[in-house]
Design a binder for this molecule. Sequence first.
Ligand SMILES: N[C@@H](CCC(=O)N[C@@H](CS)C(=O)NCC(=O)O)C(=O)O
Length: 230
Amino acid sequence: MITLVAFPAMFGTRSSSPFSIKAEYLLNIAGVSWTRRDEGDPRKWPKGKLPAIVIDARVVGGSDGIQQYLEDQGHDLHKGLSEFDKASAHTFIRMAEEHMYFHLVLDRWGNNDVWPTIRDAYFATILKLPRLLVTRGLRSKLMAGMMAQGLGRLTPAERMERLEHDLIAIKAALTQSNYLFGETPCAADASVAAVLATMRATPVETILSRRITSDQVLSSYIDRVDAALG
Ligand SMILES: N[C@@H](CCC(=O)N[C@@H](CS)C(=O)NCC(=O)O)C(=O)O
């Protein structure tokens, strides 16, 4: 039996983290049996990050590690796709996780109107005073990372212009079919829909959350993937 260790459900999504949601979807695409354990502190997990899965004494970290583990076990997470579509699915995953994800991070951690709500939800188990101290350090480290990455230097409006191109790519695929690569959800849907779902779920309205919420195509896609893979 596989145990998925994931950040807890929050703001109406299966987890505060899109990678934890994606991991759940991947396990369901594979059709393996698994249970879930919620964990709020990633420090003792591989690379200090979550999700992870535990199989007997073995720990596999990261949703990408989980995908690799499932594929090594012979599970096809891109059923029926041509080699070219599999390669395109991979590029959608990279787009979601190495670009769109950072828009989510900045929307939640970098926005002064949103941050207090996020802080008090993510770190609810820490008493208020130490919480303020601990999170101040975590937040400035994370924002320094976002400055180095580059997106942290853009205004929210400039970020939205960048993100729009990703949303157009997703919607172009969805004009052809219910999922990115046809009528069966694959690993790319697990990744893309999880990021969109968390963007939509940010508990204080932002330009980003409004953009996703008001988009009928994207919103129905998020719900369709969750109904199929959740
Ligand atoms: N590449 C990893 C990324 C996982 C990840 O970035 N998890 C974040 C939460 S969304 C995390 O655990 N962050 C904790 C930290 O950086 O301290 C995956 O595919 O799962």
